[in-house]
Design a protein around this ligand. Structure first.
Ligand code: SF4
Length: 242
């Protein structure tokens, strides 16, 4: 199912005031198993897992296991499986690509240049994601507009030009982090304990660190990079905005 920009304008108008649950219900009714929620088990993703698992018992939820995740993230995946009695589809990078990359550039290549870091994100994240998304018609993400300048330009319903013009759905795009935490506490949603240790944003272990109060929430991601877009290529191309 392909959508035009006019279709998207109409969808965004129709669902402007709708709750995330109403958007997820629409996604399930229109796409069934051809839509899936992408999550890295950060707190905003946990909100959508809770909502999606409750609105659709057959909801598909997937994650990327880069091989470099924090132990706390694996704990969160397990807690989520148990609480909602759901399977999580775990995508792995191609082992040959990883072997060639670390043989040529070292296991911690990302610290040496932005190019190396983007190569690692491509091999461990975007390549497996791209292959998986080809099997879907739509995907759901937990991006929020207040996270980065690029995300601020997103819409709840978008044509994903990075991934074959499929539909990209961002149901909590207009939520603040306070609203996210409020939902998590009220609904007893499990979350990654790194958030209690000063990590507002959580990615791979070697590329994420805790931040001080008052710092930009994404400053703990690839903290050694100056003037980079702090994106891994999943949501935006590094050259042009999607
Ligand atoms: S976040 Fe770091 S370890 Fe993870 S894929 Fe990107 S560069 Fe590699």
């Amino acid at each position: 199912m392909k959508f035009s920009e006019e279709d998207l304008k109409s969808l965004n108008r129709e669902f402007e005031k709708s709750s995330p649950q109403e958007i997820l219900t629409w996604a399930s009714e229109n796409f069934g198993p051809s839509v899936a929620l992408a999550t890295s088990f950060q707190v905003q993703g946990m909100v959508l897992i809770d909502m999606f698992a409750k609105t659709d018992p057959k909801a598909r939820i997937f994650t990327l296991d880069t091989g470099r995740l924090h132990a706390h993230t694996y704990d969160t995946i397990e807690k989520t499986r148990e609480k909602y009695s759901i399977n999580i589809e775990v995508l792995f990078p191609d082992s040959t690509e990883v072997e060639q990359m670390v043989t040529s550039h070292g296991v911690n290549l990302f610290y040496r240049s932005i190019e190396n870091r983007r190569l690692c994100c491509q091999v461990r994240k975007t390549n497996p994601l791209n292959g998986f998304l080809k099997t879907l018609d739509a995907w759901v993400t937990s991006i929020r507009a207040d996270q980065t300048e690029q995300r601020a330009e997103s819409k709840k319903f978008e044509i994903d030009y990075l991934h074959g013009r499929m539909l990209k759905i961002n149901p909590i795009l207009d939520w603040t982090i306070d609203k996210v935490w409020d939902y998590v506490r009220k609904n007893d949603v499990p979350y990654n304990k790194l958030h209690d240790m000063g990590y507002p944003s959580i990615g791979c272990a070697p590329c994420t660190r805790a931040i001080e109060r008052g710092e930009d929430p994404r400053s703990g991601r690839w903290w050694w990079e100056q003037d980079s877009d702090k994106e891994c290529g999943i949501h935006f191309s590094h050259e042009t905005k999607s």
